[in-house]
Design a protein around this ligand. Structure first.
Ligand SMILES: Nc1ncnc2c1ncn2[C@@H]1O[C@H](COP(=O)(O)OP(=O)(O)OP(=O)(O)O)[C@@H](O)[C@H]1O
Length: 580
């Protein structure tokens, strides 16, 4: 209920449509309830007394009432569809906007495939429940109660027949709903798994082909697809049982009514019109019971989806973006004061332990360390992609939490390890770093990042990069990402292994270009010693701790890890992954 109340706020803008739909459905219900009464009157009064004028007058009234019911029904469809679609759009928009506020730590909580399902399928389920569920939900209880009262008013003795059958039907329908409702949560979970598998397979399709793993992934997909088919069969197989239950009850009731009603008609206790009118009400009552059970099933599924959507909406952003904080990073100094860090509060060990470091403005800092030693984790603390668990991170002499996070991230540019480009031209992509950049500024950044070496070949700034930057090579992609960050003119630039796919000569040229940016602090994570040996300071991380710091000469003279790294990369000619 709390979840339903929570999402109800997203009805804003569509409340009047909802009210109109409710009133129209009430109008339709009342009109439909009047029809059996008018019918009984035609048969019992009009035909029995032979009054054609009464038959015609009542018939005309029946036509008007039926038309009214039709108009109300049509009006309801229009308003409810508008309200449902608007409600769905509001919900999707709210989910999307809230997702933008998520910190990296929040994104670690949800699979992206599950987020896609929660933004699409779950909202469609809620919308469908709205369009198809509100009508029976509002109509059926009224129909049920009114039908029972009117049928009893027509003949209390006949009503006994379905009062005997009704409890059996109610128990059968209750059992079906009780069995099927929890299945929907399972079904949505399996749907998430299917989406996850599909997404992973499509993203990695090139690797799958390269490693000839088509058979393996096809088997994985078949398994989860079969699980979805099984769960859906089980769930919907249970749900459709309410139809035969309802029809069996209807058949037994009709036989009972015809048996007892026929006897009452022969004895003159009731007229034929009363019997047919009564049977119409019974049909109404049974139909409303059927509708109530169907709507429960529909709502049970929608409630599961509402819960899943609420989980996204209620997730608290793990980071306060501090919009009133400092608006500019004034210099490129960086300091980590006794910083410890773990990705989640429940993680057993810290990824970084008591790290204290200082980088001077404009200096070049190299970070080396084995796989998983915490290099990426460390640099992600600078633009507050994550917050330190203990200790403080300072940029420009100020705690990073004191900045407006957007200003901080404008001041600390980062070329991520996993580079991402978007569909569009080279110009569009590079302007992500600085939307107002002129072509001249873009070309200048391209020169520093050595993009100019291949720019003309791919078609210049107007070249289309294709979906996810698929039209360029890995090394070209890395260089474009460096140019994009350069264009933002940050005070601190972090390169997280961002030249790993670039040849050593180009890497050296990029470093020479960067060295000319005197007021920018450059933090370079690298696997190759050659990428950082000219740095003012080299930091060696080992298992989340600072193992050593110094210049190339100092470390080469005193540090065994650095000596080993240098030796292995220089003697074997292995210029990559030597730190593992
Ligand atoms: N999002 C995350 N959630 C939980 N743990 C993580 C996450 N990212 C990294 N880790 C863990 O943190 C530790 C440090 O990882 P990190 O990526 O910082 O290492 P790294 O030195 O950059 O490694 P590499 O050179 O392979 O990129 C690893 O044990 C890793 O499993």
């Amino acid at each position: 209920m709390e979840d339903l109340r929570y999402v109800a706020r997203y009805m804003r803008g569509y409340r009047l449509d909802m009210l109109a739909a409710t009133l129209l459905i009430m109008g339709e219900t009342v009109a439909e309830l009047a029809i059996p009464f008018l019918m009984a009157r035609i048969v019992d009064v009009g035909i029995v007394s032979g009054s054609l004028s009464l038959v015609l007058a009542t018939g005309r009234r029946m036509v008007v009432v039926a038309l009214l019911a039709g108009v109300c029904g049509l009006g309801y469809s229009r308003f409810s569809a508008k309200a449902a679609m608007g409600f769905g759009a509001n919900l999707r928009e709210a989910e999307y906007a809230h997702l933008q506020e998520y910190a990296f730590a929040n994104l670690d909580e949800f699979e992206s495939s599950s987020l896609v399902t929660r933004l699409t399928t779950d909202i469609t389920v809620i919308q469908n429940a709205f369009v198809m569920g509100v009508r029976p939900l509002l109509r059926s209880p009224v129909m049920l109660v009114a039908g029972l009262v009117l049928a009893c008013a027509m003949s209390a003795r006949l009503a006994v027949v379905f009062f005997v059958i009704l409890p059996f039907l109610a128990v059968a329908l209750g059992l079906i709903v009780h069995h099927v409702a929890p299945q929907y949560a399972v079904l949505q979970g399996v749907m998430d798994r299917l989406n996850e598998t599909l997404q992973e397979d499509l993203v990695a399709i090139r690797a799958i082909k390269a490693y000839v793993r088509e058979g393996h992934v096809a088997k994985r997909f078949e398994d989860v697809n079969a699980a979805l088919a099984d769960t859906a069969t089980h769930t919907f197989g249970g749900a459709v049982l309410n139809m035969p239950a309802f029809q069996a009850a209807m058949a037994v009731t009709n036989v009972g009514l015809l048996w007892f009603g026929g006897q009452m008609v022969s004895s003159g206790e009731i007229g034929v019109g009363t019997l047919t009118g009564f049977m119409s009400y019974v049909l109404l009552i049974m139909n409303s019971l059927n509708m109530i059970s169907s709507v429960f099933l529909l709502l049970a599924r929608a409630v599961t989806s509402v819960g899943r959507v609420c989980e996204v909406l209620r997730e608290k952003p793990a980071m306060d973006p501090n919009p009133t904080g400092a608006k500019e990073v004034t210099d490129g100094s960086v300091e980590l004061r006794d910083v410890s860090f773990k990705y989640s509060a429940t993680a057993r060990r810290n990824v970084l332990e008591h790290v204290s470091l200082r980088f001077e403005p404009g200096s070049t800092v190299g970070i080396l360390g084995g796989t998983g030693s915490g290099k990426s984790s460390l640099v992600q603390l600078l633009p507050r992609l994550y917050d330190a668990t203990e200790g403080a991170v300072l940029v420009g002499g100020r705690d990073v939490r004191d900045y407006d996070v957007h200003a901080l991230r404008a001041g600390v540019g980062m070329v991520l390890q996993k580079n991402v480009l978007f569909s569009g031209t080279v110009r569009d992509n590079l302007r992500w770093g600085n939307p107002g950049a002129t072509d001249q500024e873009i070309l200048q950044a391209c020169r520093v990042a050595c993009v100019d070496e291949f720019l003309d070949r791919i078609g210049g700034l107007d070249a289309d990069l294709g979906h996810g930057g698929g039209n360029v090579s890995g090394g070209q992609k890395q260089r474009l990402c460096i140019a994009r960050t350069l264009l933002a003119h940050p005070k601190v630039m972090v390169f997280d292994d961002s030249t790993s796919a670039v040849d050593t000569a180009t890497d050296a040229r990029i470093r020479a270009g960067l060295a000319r940016l005197r007021d920018v602090t450059k933090v370079i994570i690298a696997q190759r010693v050659s990428s950082v040996m000219d740095a003012d300071q080299i930091v060696i991380l080992d298992d989340g701790r600072v193992h050593a710091t110094g210049t190339h000469a100092q470390l080469l003279a005193s540090d065994p890890i650095y000596q080993e790294l240098y030796r292995s990369q220089n003697t074997t000619g292995d210029d990559g992954n030597g730190s593992e």
